[in-house]
Design a protein around this ligand. Structure first.
Ligand code: NDP
Length: 501
């Protein structure tokens, strides 16, 4: 299947024509040229996809876990065999360099699918037994089962398309659910490729399905009465709408939302390592990562040394042809996002009056055939204050803000002074202090002397407005099952109060 052909829908184990008549185009952000035409699902298409998923649920949820495991591991194998081909598509669709997509996006997605296939196949999704009474005539106990939910919806953001699809479908399908997946309209090209891989691996028709479209398609899915759960990745504002819509039908939800994460550099840190951490936290994927550490708190006495090394290392950022293995910085993913990030940089300079240390408005030097792409300069502001808009709102672009501080207590307090709580981190050689600081930071994902690594074993999810629930790790599977408790009484007599006096 070519990702450049018109893209339709996928249910009943094969591609299906969309009937809405509505189409949109996906664009290569490095050139601003169209890549493919996508057909949006109509309500009746979505109903058909959900009907297919509902039918498949009965047999898939009764398929023995080790058989589900075998099929999903086959999909892992195909994903790894096709890593570079899929990475090329992701690069074109998202604008991320091939050096990133070929080493991170498919790799981390396949790892998570493998993790959950093995977890469930190895008997890791069992309940518990609790003894209540033991005795010849009165043994009683409770046992619990973890049962799949039914038809689940996965709605993805545009920054890590295939990774998000796999982080959702991996535990969902391993636990015995079926899924309707809606990719972002900005980066839809991975979806049919993934559906095809699942089918080739032996996944029965209807277990993984794809519908395309914008927010209205997502809205119809989240309010559909046959849907048991919605797993959403996106902005806080959209997450609010999705959670409210799902609450109407008392559906289970997982919300992976935005952040404005603090990175605390302490004065005894290894400066080079802290600078590397700050750069990974702001310029990897051109800053389009939910866990970006955009508020970099630096002790006043270390500021000059930190800034000097940062400016030196900024020269290692290389924009250019995405297929070139030396390129490590791409454009922003869409024109509207480029406008938004550019506006934040302008606001930082003109209205916030932040001091520009590096970059600013304009674009990096790229070959002439890429001149129309959605490029912005990697940008560093310094001497920032907490009240600046660039330090309060999620920019989701390559904009790093340095906030000087005097004491660790002050830095922690300021770091927590936000309604968001996705990620946080600290750089210091004093590990006792590192643990104390992390314990006080209000965030669901934290790092010590590191930033950004998010392996399948690590449960990740936001606090406060950054989300509900977690993905990945042992805890991640719990979001895709419901509990059934059964009390067994071997005594043969109900302990009744309605006995004859
Ligand atoms: P959006 O919230 O704009 O969109 C996310 C998805 O929701 C898209 O598929 C979108 O469709 C869909 N959608 C839009 N409106 C509705 C609706 N009313 N009902 C149901 N679905 C709807 O987010 P972005 O795509 O802009 O992604 C960037 C955001 O995602 C950032 O805030 C980032 O921090 C966050 N994010 C969080 C992660 C986490 O794990 N915490 C990971 C990655 C990103 P369409 O766009 O096609 O209209």
């Amino acid at each position: 299947m070519s990702p450049h052909q018109p893209q339709h829908l996928y249910y009943e184990g094969k591609q299906q024509k969309a009937s809405s008549g509505k189409t949109f185009e996906t664009i290569d952000p490095s050139t601003a040229k169209p890549l493919a035409t996508i057909h949006s699902a109509s309500h009746s298409d979505i109903d058909a996809a959900i009907a297919s998923a509902s039918t498949a649920f009965h047999s898939w949820s009764h398929t023995p876990p080790n058989q589900r495991c075998r099929i999903l591991l086959k999909a892992v194998q195909i994903l790894r065999e096709r890593n570079d081909q899929l990475a090329k598509v992701e690069s074109q669709d998202t604008g991320k360099p091939f050096s990133e997509t070929s080493t991170v996006d498919i790799v981390t997605g396949a790892d998570t699918l493998e993790y959950y296939a093995n977890l469930v196949g190895g008997g890791g999704l069992n309940g518990e037994t609790v003894t209540l009474r033991e005795g010849e005539d009165g043994s009683a106990w409770v046992y619990t089962r973890k049962e799949p939910l039914g038809v689940c919806v996965g709605i993805g953001a545009w920054n890590y398309p295939i990774q998000i699809a796999l982080w959702k479908s991996g535990p969902c399908l391993a636990a015995g659910n079926t899924m309707i997946y809606k990719p972002s309209e900005y980066t839809p090209l991975h979806a049919l490729l993934l559906a095809d891989i699942f089918t080739q691996a032996g996944l029965p028709p209807g277990v993984f399905n794809v519908v395309h479209g914008a927010g209205d398609v997502g809205g119809y899915l989240t309010s559909h009465p046959s849907v048991a759960k919605v797993s959403f990745t996106g902005q806080v504002s959209t997450g609010r709408k999705v959670a409210a819509s799902a609450a109407g039908g008392m559906k289970y939800v997982t919300m992976e939302l935005g952040g404005k994460s603090p990175l605390l550099v302490l004065d005894d840190c290894e400066v080079d390592n802290a600078v590397d951490g700050a750069m990974m936290a702001n310029f990897f994927s051109s800053g389009q990562v939910c866990t970006n550490g955009t508020r970099v708190f630096v002790p006043r006495k270390l500021k000059a040394a930190f800034e000097k090394r940062l400016v030196e290392k900024m020269e290692y950022i290389r924009a250019g042809d995405l297929a070139d293995s030396a390129t490590n910085f791409g454009p922003l993913s869409s024109k509207s996002h480029w406008q938004k990030v550019t506006e934040y940089i302008r606001h930082g300079i003109d209205a916030d009056k932040a001091k520009l240390l590096y970059g600013g408005l304009g674009a990096p030097n790229v070959p002439s055939r890429l001149k129309d792409g959605y490029w912005v300069n990697p940008t560093v502001f310094t001497d920032c204050t907490d009240d600046m808009r660039i330090c309060r709102e999620e920019i989701f672009g390559p904009v790093l803000c340095i906030l000087p501080y005097d004491t660790v207590d002050e830095a922690v307090e300021r770091a927590n002074n936000t309604s968001l709580g996705l990620a946080a981190g600290v750089f210091t050689k004093d590990l006792n202090l590192a643990h104390k600081v992390v314990a006080r930071l209000q965030a669901g994902i934290t790092w010590i002397n590191s930033w950004g690594e998010s392996p399948s074993e690590m449960s990740v999810g936001g606090w406060k407005m950054s989300g509900v629930g977690v993905e990945n790790g042992r805890k991640g599977i719990e979001a895709w099952v419901r509990n059934k408790s059964t009390l067994v009484d071997m005594g043969g007599q109900v302990a009744t109060v309605f006995a004859k006096l």
